[in-house]
Design a protein around this ligand. Structure first.
Ligand code: SF4
Length: 452
């Protein structure tokens, strides 16, 4: 079976004619920097951008030209839809064995502000979230030195039983490595990691968030994140998660001690890993892949891509997980051990989001994480490649513990207004990007999913 003859292809390789059909409906883009012209032509024809071309996108003064290009890609993948979800964050403990210099969240056990929640407390929070209509719980915490593995599986299974409609997006890669260690499977290497993930999945884990990737560069890692897992371990955890059928997100923390070239390498490593995931999946389906490793994930409107779509989660034929969303995260120096750094500017945030959209051609979604970007900036990012605003959140400690408030919350009305004011159709999704029908706190998945 070849790509061109397969009728239920989850993604296709170089499906250029279809891309051109969509791209041709977009008015030609005018650039103020002629260096962007050739890159723009590659984007329009659907070709993958090189690291050198990524560097041009970072160096050009025509930031808005870069944003317009990313907008073209975003429109052909997602039309004018802007996704959001109704979610809650639970940080079960801020006690951590590590002391990362950039982290304002962690505490030592006897330090002021240290806390840990019991399984019962977490479950009560989950019940409240479900009653309020949330579809997702985002659960992360520090690397607690004394809690044992059963705490984590009990937490998941207890929530699963008490609030079964919630999707549990839980544990960053460094937590998974920690859980492997405390479950005494550290010596089993990659297979031990997979068995930990299977246990968590069987207890109720639905997907992994993308946190803790920082930036995949050993120099930057050893300068700012020493003690945390390096990029190769982070990628291993996500590969293992995909192999046990869990979707994951990917982040990139930028604007600290890394440089722009390291960001591009980070993006390249993510898309290479996604290539492998998707090619392995294709092999399980008996779909042959041409020699070129370049892939385009076609996730756009059904009318544009009727035959080239990933099966939806839960549908037959999708046994693997994959990276579903790229989330560029700006570094916040305040309260961290790197307070002397200025942090990224608004324009750098816009540019980085747009470049991530352009470089990561095989990751379906790009998120403007309003909690860290602000809702106003996230709104602007919808025109620079983002198709997702994240959710209503309620409580986000990770970046704001030192700030005036730890209670981060917005309403669906605010998210919808932000999207609609920017000219987009606001669509509520679940964690796996399935359309949600909502009536107050009651919700269901839409029977027909018009968009991925
Ligand atoms: S970033 Fe994570 S691992 Fe590092 S100190 Fe903070 S909570 Fe601990």
């Amino acid at each position: 079976m070849s790509w061109s003859s397969q009728m239920t292809v989850p993604f296709c390789l170089q499906c250029l004619s279809m891309i051109n059909d969509v791209a041709n409906t977009v008015a030609p883009i005018r650039f103020f920097d002629p260096a962007l012209q050739a890159i723009g032509e590659k984007v329009i024809e659907g070709s993958r951008l090189s690291l050198e071309e990524g560097a041009v996108l970072y160096e050009t003064r025509d930031v808005h030209g870069v944003c317009r290009l990313a907008d073209l890609v975003r429109r052909r993948m997602h039309g004018r839809v802007a996704y959001y979800n109704v979610n809650r964050h639970i940080n079960y403990s801020n006690i951590c064995a590590l002391s990362c210099s950039f982290c304002a969240f962690h505490r030592k056990k006897d330090q002021d502000g240290a806390y840990e929640m019991s399984v019962e407390q977490v479950t009560q929070e989950a019940i409240k979230a479900e009653e309020a209509g949330a579809t997702e719980l985002h659960i992360v915490g520090g690397l607690h030195p004394w809690l044992d593995f059963s705490y984590y599986t009990s937490m998941l299974s207890s929530i699963r039983e008490a609030a079964p409609s919630l999707h549990l997006k839980s544990f960053t890669a460094v937590e998974i490595v920690h859980l492997q260690r405390i479950s005494k499977r550290g010596k089993e290497g990659y297979e031990g990691m997979k068995s930990v993930l299977r246990d968590l999945r069987d207890a109720g884990l639905g997907s992994l968030p993308g946190g803790g990737a920082e930036v995949f560069d050993d120099r930057a890692h050893d300068t700012a994140f020493k003690g945390k897992i390096r990029g190769d371990q982070w990628l291993d955890v996500h590969r293992a998660a995909h192999e046990v059928g869990l979707n994951t997100n990917a982040t990139m923390l930028y604007g600290h001690v890394e440089g722009r070239p390291e960001r591009l390498v980070h993006m390249d490593l993510l898309r290479k890993q996604q290539d492998v995931t998707l090619q392995n999946w294709a092999a399980t389906q008996g779909i042959s892949t041409p020699g070129s490793p370049e892939q385009v994930t076609l996730t756009g409107p059904a009318e544009s891509y009727p035959n080239h779509r990933l099966p939806m989660p839960g549908q037959a034929g999708l046994e693997t997980g994959y990276f579903q969303t790229i989330i560029p995260l700006p570094f916040f120096p305040d309260g961290s051990g790197l307070e002397q750094l200025p942090g990224p500017s608004g324009l750098e945030n816009l540019r980085t989001l747009a470049i991530a959209r352009l470089m990561l051609d095989n990751i379906p979604h790009a998120k403007a994480f309003w909690i860290m970007q602000t809702l106003g900036m996230a709104q602007l990012m919808l025109d620079a490649g983002a198709n997702d605003l994240d959710g209503t959140v309620v409580w986000y400690d990770i970046t704001h513990l030192e700030g005036a408030t730890t209670h981060q919350e917005t309403t669906t009305n605010d998210l919808r207004r932000a999207a609609e004011e920017a000219g987009y159709e606001a669509v509520e999704r679940d964690t796996l990007y399935r359309r949600v029908n909502r009536n107050g706190s009651k919700w269901s998945l839409a029977p027909e999913v018009a968009l991925r």
